[in-house]
Design a protein around this ligand. Structure first.
Ligand SMILES: [Zn+2]
Length: 492
């Protein structure tokens, strides 16, 4: 009787996990894409001596959102301004999300220092370069919540009342914004920022295909008009991140993190930088407008940044060694669990490895850039692995006839549980899982939490169904040779 009860309890627990874990995953993704992280330490940058840029009367910054370095190389105006000034090779740090990167650009503090890792509306704008420059102006093509967060004396478009993420009068703004941008550039304002969005919008919609190329081509003459509106100013042409081939950004991929920039204006020697950090560009802008960056900024002065080069991945925040070691321990414990439960070779969690393999083979490695990890219902993922889930049900059903319930569950689920727990640990996501409003956004591991939790949920469901069937079979079926052993043979 107690045996029957244990099987029933296990079935209910597994099915409850299958029911609840997708919600846990959704909650985690929601927090990671809308909340701030706990502020921490920035990465170390190469130390060098050198002078900063001299102050300029007027500084003009144009940022083409989502422009890859390769696409920048196809733009005539961009190339001419770069070739007659300074070509910058910039690492925007991690995550490669627009608002966090642009806050790094305008504060000189990395995403890890500010804790801003997601796109969100701010109740009050940040303290940064723009708030220290009287008369600073920002004009955005759309998604004005970004420029509204940056602390410019004037930032447009305005928000829709009561909806801080939305722009007021969107369709009217679409027809006006570029004229207003040209007016701002022509004005005597010491600092003007123009944020162009159409390239990023195209990237999200179609990836790096024809639509993206067309948007890039459309922006080039806009750059020319902007530049011609004040050719004697100091110009920065920038991007905040690239895109993966299928469209998407946020992750630590080098071609998403490494973008091109140009610095153009009187008195600048023609040259190219090695890989520099986005906070170094913040320092260039700060010196151009004659204000100081936050004391915590690690940005280097212009000559120092030009004289050194970051290693390719130097701007990536490292995963905590303690958390990494703990994650490995959890994985090892999971493997021990599998070995303990593995009374027959076919009890190995083949469905789990096949599910992960299918995901990576068809959709690619999960990263913070890949759209499939964000979608709430996870359809891009489960449609791939649905076909292998019956393996878990079958292995469990037959396994229960050969060995104990605990061993079967360990063999089937210890590895998926350990893999999900290890990813959550390495991402520092446990507090979030228990309701903290802290975004656990780290390279590699945060992205893996999404598929691992969903695959675990589905695996628990598949195993739970077999356990439930076995419980029903025991309760109502005739007692037969198929009855699993009540205790294990002593030799095992
Ligand atoms: Zn962006």
């Amino acid at each position: 009787m107690r045996q029957h009860l244990a099987v029933l309890v296990a079935a209910v627990a597994l099915l409850a996990a299958a029911w609840l874990l997708p919600d846990v995953r959704r909650g985690l993704i929601r927090t990671a894409t809308t909340q701030n992280a706990a502020p921490g330490e920035p990465v170390e940058l190469p130390i060098a001596e050198g002078a900063g840029l001299p102050k300029a009367d007027r500084t003009r910054v144009v940022l083409v959102d989502g422009l890859t370095a390769e696409a920048a190389d196809t733009m005539d105006t961009w190339k001419i301004l770069c070739a007659n000034g300074v070509t910058l090779n910039i690492d925007v740090g991690f995550p490669t999300v627009s608002l966090p990167v642009e806050i790094a650009l305008w504060t000189g503090l990395t995403q890890q220092q500010t804790g801003v890792v997601a796109n969100r509306a701010f109740d009050s704008p940040i303290e940064g370069i723009p708030s220290r420059v009287p008369g600073s102006v920002a004009i955005a093509e759309k998604y004005g919540y970004i420029v509204r967060a940056l602390g410019f004396a004037s930032a447009q478009p305005a928000a829709e009342p009561g909806k801080p993420m939305a722009d007021a009068n969107e369709s009217a703004w679409e027809t006006q914004w570029f004229t207003l941008a040209l007016e701002a550039v022509r004005s005597p304002s010491p600092l003007v920022f123009v944020h162009i969005l159409r390239v990023d919008v195209a990237g999200h919609k179609v990836g790096l295909g024809d639509g993206y190329t067309k948007a890039v081509r459309d922006v080039d003459p806009m750059l020319d008009k902007l530049f011609q509106a004040d050719p004697s100013a100091r110009w920065f042409l920038l991007s905040d991140h690239g895109h993966i081939a299928g469209g998407g950004h946020g992750g630590d991929e080098r071609h998403v993190r490494h973008v091109q920039g140009c610095l153009h204006g009187p008195g600048l020697k023609k040259q190219r930088s090695g890989l520099i950090h986005i906070v170094d560009v913040a320092r260039m802008i700060a010196d151009s407008v004659g204000v100081a960056l936050d004391r915590e900024s690690r940005a280097r002065p212009f000559e120092a940044a030009m004289a050194t080069r970051l290693a390719e991945d130097q701007a990536l925040p490292p995963v905590s060694i303690a958390l990494g070691a703990f994650a490995i321990l959890i994985l090892v414990a999971g493997l021990i669990g599998v070995v303990w439960g593995l009374r027959r070779w076919w009890l190995f969690p083949i469905w789990f490895l096949a599910g992960c393999g299918l995901l990576v083979a068809v959709r690619g490695l999960p990263t913070w850039s890949t759209p499939f990890i964000y979608r709430p219902e996870g359809r891009d993922m489960w449609t791939l692995w649905a076909a292998v889930l019956p393996l878990a049900t079958a292995a469990t059903w037959f396994g229960l006839q050969k060995t104990t319930l605990l061993r079967v569950i360990a063999a089937q689920l210890a590895l998926p549980i350990a893999a999900a727990a290890a990813a959550i640990t390495a991402a520092g996501a446990w507090p979030t899982l228990f309701g903290a409003d802290v975004a656990p956004v780290v390279p590699h591991f945060t992205a893996w939490v999404s598929p691992l939790l969903l695959l675990l949920a589905h695996g628990a469901g598949a195993v739970g169904l077999a356990v439930l069937a076995s419980a029903v079979h025991r309760a109502f079926g005739r007692p037969s040779a198929a009855e699993p052993p009540r205790t294990e043979p002593a030799a095992e």
